[in-house]
Design a protein around this ligand. Structure first.
Ligand code: HEM
Length: 376
């Protein structure tokens, strides 16, 4: 009897391990779980990040080589309208499971992210949410489910993971506390339209972004007892609100039309994950230009609700938009090290390599590199 039980248990453990997705994050797993799972994965040596693109001007990106296609069962999409769109046009693998190198190439090519922004965003995301052994990351979680979730030993939500890259107070997505932190939210998008009408004559621009950004933070402080905006989230919350202005406006618009995103075009990206028909990417490669304008319009320091709603307490411990060096140091030493306190073997090697890629990309001035797992 004992033998039958033991073999059944072994079978269960084996199938749970075999079922571990090749793109699932290994963050937070116990040493025993890591020891079981890692040998089942196809380990990769992370390649050097790809270089910048040669041509960085406007060009047709809704082209014949990249047709939009509707989701197939099992395709993964997530909280980022830029990456969702790139996947639905085939700039990224359409199933939403990607490598860091593919991310860098796609955001440069398809939406004209500049080289530094592409690398920084990629390695922040990969360290926080990727599978560091297989060198894969998913841009979210499966969109269609055929039944109850299979037994999973850990979080596998890729960019849907809350508290690493994904955070509270998004413009078009709800907070994790409210139950869905990644799907397009029509009610929030109605507010996006309302603000574009009120402050931008029907267009989303930096003036609208400053007011909407502030409103969404206030809403989360008032409704989400777990609201948090510290470290990376203090940077992305302002940075991401500029992206629709900088990247979702057709690159042929110049003069007064530049930096003015129409509601039909915003709907195309945010809701439909699709370039407006015949879309040209931005005329210059860029990043979060304008984030300082949004912050200065309504400066809110990093912080979180403590003990309930409407009790926002400043917390500078992980840095923020005004403290890039503290942010970098704490992100690696506290956030990522907290997810991987004692990595060994290939996991440790790949953590060190990817943390090095992040440091190279950020090149924070007067800010020494940190090595929480030693050096190779
Ligand atoms: C490697 C590159 C990228 C990564 C890893 C990434 C990741 C993410 C993640 C995790 C979020 C969710 C944050 C939140 O909770 O609100 C997000 C939001 C966002 N991303 Fe990306 N992203 C990338 C590139 C892009 C590009 C190329 C664009 C557009 C050009 C873009 C536009 C946006 C926008 C507008 C939001 C805010 C959505 C909202 O607040 O509702 N991202 N991104």
């Amino acid at each position: 009897m004992r033998t039958v039980f033991t073999s059944l248990l072994a079978l269960y453990v084996t199938s749970a391990v075999v079922a571990f997705p090749r793109y699932g994050s290994l963050a937070g797993l116990s040493e025993r779980q890591l020891a079981e799972i890692i040998p089942t994965l196809d380990a990769k040596l992370p390649p050097q990040p790809p270089g910048p693109q040669g041509f960085t001007g406007a060009k047709l990106v809704d082209d014949a080589a990249h047709p939009w296609r509707p989701l197939r069962r099992g395709d993964i999409r997530g909280p980022c309208p830029g990456l969702n769109t790139l996947a639905s046009h085939g700039y990224l693998p359409r199933d939403g499971v990607v490598t860091p190198a593919q991310l860098i190439v796609a955001v440069q090519e398809g939406l004209n992210f500049d080289h530094q922004t592409a690398r920084v965003a990629t390695y922040l995301a990969h360290l926080g949410d990727g599978n560091l052994v297989t060198d894969l990351i998913s841009i979210g979680e499966k969109t269609t489910r055929t039944g109850p979730d299979p037994p999973r030993p850990a979080i596998v939500g890729g960019l849907n993971n809350h508290g690493t890259f994904e955070g509270d107070g998004s413009l078009t997505r709800g907070d994790f506390f409210d139950g869905d932190n990644h799907s397009f939210n029509q009610t929030l998008f109605d507010q996006f339209i309302e603000f574009s009408n009120r402050y931008g004559n029907g267009f989303y621009n930096l003036t609208v972004a400053a007011e909407l950004r502030f409103r969404r933070i206030q809403q989360s402080i008032a409704t989400n007892p777990t609201f948090s905006m510290v470290g990376l989230r203090h940077i992305t919350i302002y940075g991401e609100a500029t992206f629709p202005v900088n990247f979702f406006v057709d690159g042929r618009r110049t003069g007064a039309q530049a930096g003015q995103l129409s509601i039909p075009d915003a709907t195309s990206f945010f809701r439909d994950m699709r370039f407006p028909r015949g879309f040209f990417r931005s005329a210059t490669a860029g990043g979060a230009t304008g984030a300082d304008i949004l912050f200065n319009a309504h400066p809110i320091q990093p912080g979180r609700n403590v003990g309930g709603v409407n009790n926002f307490v400043e917390d500078q411990s992980l840095g923020g938009i005004l403290e890039p060096c503290r942010f970098y140091t704490q992100f690696v030493n506290t956030t990522i090290r907290g997810l991987y306190p004692r990595p060994t073997g290939v996991l440790r090697r790949n953590l060190i390599i990817n943390a090095g890629f992040l440091y190279d990309a950020l090149s924070p001035p007067d800010c020494p590199q940190v090595f929480p797992w030693g050096q190779l």
